[in-house]
Design a binder for this molecule. Structure first.
Ligand SMILES: [Zn+2]
Length: 203
């Protein structure tokens, strides 16, 4: 598309082809390996700004700062609380909640099929676990609830995955292998602290 639109600007096309096209996948993956609220687009932000500009600020530019703060603190908050209440009452469809329900169901299915005994601790220092794949018996995922990390496909794309939900279900049970999140976070913090304060070797 770029080449057609800018075909008369040969240097621009050359620059784009040499410097941007080869790293296209990096751009499209940017930010996706981190938690991103299971939203694959930035349309949510655009949609919020559109609502803020036209619904809450009535399309009038350069509002006074105190008015803008008042709108942000009082009006938008109240509005989204009402939306949340409607969603939890089932009056407004919440696609993310539906997706989450599906993931929870999958995690529960794994638990029902005996995954509690299949999950093993890879490290007690930081509570990292090995979780066998549900579909491929030769694959085991590395899951760290404290960092909310899992190296399955969904996890590495920053999505909430069934393995993390499964671990959150297991932390309600056995206190030694699967202690509560506070204990896991503390162990993790302790480990990070010990790494950062380890004296460096002198050469
Ligand atoms: Zn996973």
């Amino acid at each position: 598309m770029c080449h057609c639109q800018f075909k008369n600007l040969k240097d621009v096309c050359k620059y784009f082809r040499n410097h941007w096209e080869p790293i296209g996948p990096l751009w499209s993956n940017f930010g996706r390996c981190y938690k991103h609220g299971d939203s694959e687009t930035n349309n949510l932000i655009f949609s919020f700004f559109h609502r803020l500009k036209y619904q809450f600020l009535c399309g009038i530019r350069n509002r006074r700062l105190d008015h803008l703060i008042d709108v942000l603190l009082n009006k938008t908050d109240k509005y989204f609380n009402i939306i949340q209440d409607l969603q939890s009452a089932g009056r407004v469809f919440n696609p993310l909640e539906c997706k989450m329900e599906e993931i929870k169901k999958s995690a529960q299915r794994m638990l029902d099929n005996g995954w509690a005994t299949a999950v093993t601790a890879a490290s007690k220092e930081t509570y990292i676990y090995n979780v066998p794949s549900e579909n491929n018996p030769h694959v085991v995922y590395c899951v760290c609830p404290a960092e909310q990390f899992c190296n399955c496909l969904a996890g590495t794309r920053g999505r909430t995955c069934k393995h993390l939900i499964l671990l959150s279900l297991l932390t309600c049970g056995d206190g030694e292998t699967f202690p509560d999140m506070d204990t896991q976070l503390q162990a993790h913090a302790k480990n990070l602290y010990s790494i950062s304060t380890k004296p460096k070797k002198k050469h």
